[in-house]
Design a protein around this ligand. Structure first.
Ligand code: ADP
Ligand code: TRP
Length: 335
């Protein structure tokens, strides 16, 4: 895949290499990546957001392995190098250049109000760096640099996407029509609940998630810990641990099985032990092929390096063209 397909609708997204992918990442983001790559009308680029990852505390010795891990898992999940372009964000420095240019037209006060920034100030008070504030600007650059129209992400990323849209509109108003206003692409599960029963599944709470690489024993243990209730009542809970279990039942065992459990809840009572054991087993069976495919790519890492190199070259061609257009419009050229 070397030609740039300008007639196609461009798609872009990325994940921070802050740890292995969990089921929330899979159903909220990667599933969207896969749906879009299968549509021949779309030109898809997916990257490892390593520049975003370093805005939270991290270990530079381990970081290269974490970057590699996301690349392996992208491919293991089914991202197909014949359909999509994969690359590592920091190897396309045009992202940083465009981010700086866009930063000059966006007010600091708006960034300070974003829920993700406020949350990080609470969760990492010892690491409130400028990169954290700049995060949505870099994300806008990631998207606008490719004239992307669709961005598959989970629900928590919508405020960031709104910033990207706003920046595109403002840029066009100030300098003339240049940038495309992107839209989010949400999957059927844009926010998978946490196993703790509170909030969403997230890498920041190890009790909250199941990883795609978990073995069956780990899955059983984690599912066994999900808080439940007496198992009967007038209506099945819409929140908490029971709701999280039923969301997973629907994803892995189908809507019919979920409806059956909901019926049991209001009639004979729901047997959580049975539900949990069957669910854990089914989850493991369904993620096992991903784990096997990841092992293949780990052994054949030279293939992965070539895929990333092709992706980087492809991305750079588009990036250079768009960046030149932006600089021209901003007056960054000789007369
Ligand atoms: P985390 O929030 O666990 O640190 P990331 O921020 O790296 O994960 O998210 C990578 C992608 O996965 C983003 O598009 C994000 O919206 C999506 N995502 C993360 N958690 C969930 C979830 N629980 N449900 C649905 N999508 C999610
Ligand atoms: N902020 C996203 C997350 O936490 C990762 C990301 C960085 C991204 N740049 C992006 C997602 C551009 C979509 C498009 O998951």
């Amino acid at each position: 895949m070397s030609d740039i397909k300008q007639t196609k609708i461009r798609v872009i997204s990325g994940v921070r290499p802050t740890g292995p992918l969990h089921l929330g990442n899979y159903f909220g983001a990667i599933k969207g990546y896969l749906e879009l790559q299968d549509n021949p009308d779309y030109d898809c680029l997916y990257f490892v957001a390593d520049l975003h990852g370093i805005t939270s505390p991290y270990n530079p010795q381990q970081y290269p392995d974490q970057i590699k891990e996301i690349a392996l898992e992208y491919l293991a999940c089914g991202l197909n190098p014949h359909k999509s372009h994969l690359f590592i964000q920091s190897l396309v420095p045009q992202h940083l250049e465009l981010a700086y240019l866009l930063a000059t037209i966006y007010p600091v006060s708006r960034l300070e109000q974003l829920p993700t920034y406020k949350e990080k100030k609470q969760t990492q008070p010892e690491y409130v760096n400028l990169g954290l504030l700049y995060y949505p600007i870099l994300m806008a650059a990631d998207i606008l640099l490719y004239e992307a129209e669709l961005v598959p992400v989970g629900k928590d990323q919508l405020p960031h996407l709104e910033v990207s849209r706003e920046i595109a509109r403002k840029f066009n108003k100030m300098f003339g029509q240049t940038l495309k206003e992107p839209q989010a692409y949400l999957t059927a599960m844009p926010s998978l609940p946490s196993l703790t029963g509170e909030g969403k599944m997230s890498k920041s709470n190890s009790e909250s998630y199941l990883n795609l690489l978990d073995d069956e024993v780990t899955i059983r243990k984690k599912i066994a810990k999900v808080p439940t209730d007496s198992g009967c009542g007038k209506q099945c809970p819409k929140e908490g641990g029971v709701a999280a279990l039923l969301a997973l039942v629907e994803l892995f065992e189908g809507k019919q099985q979920r409806e059956q459990y909901e019926k049991d809840y209001t009639t004979k009572g729901l047997n959580y032990q049975h539900l949990k054991e069957q669910l854990a087993h089914t989850i493991f069976l369904q993620i096992k092929p991903i784990q096997e495919k990841r092992r293949y790519y780990e052994v054949h890492f030279d293939e992965v390096v070539n895929i990333l190199l092709e992706g980087q070259q492809y991305a750079q061609k588009i990036a250079n063209r768009v960046l030149k257009g932006v600089k021209d419009k901003m007056g960054l050229r000789l007369p």
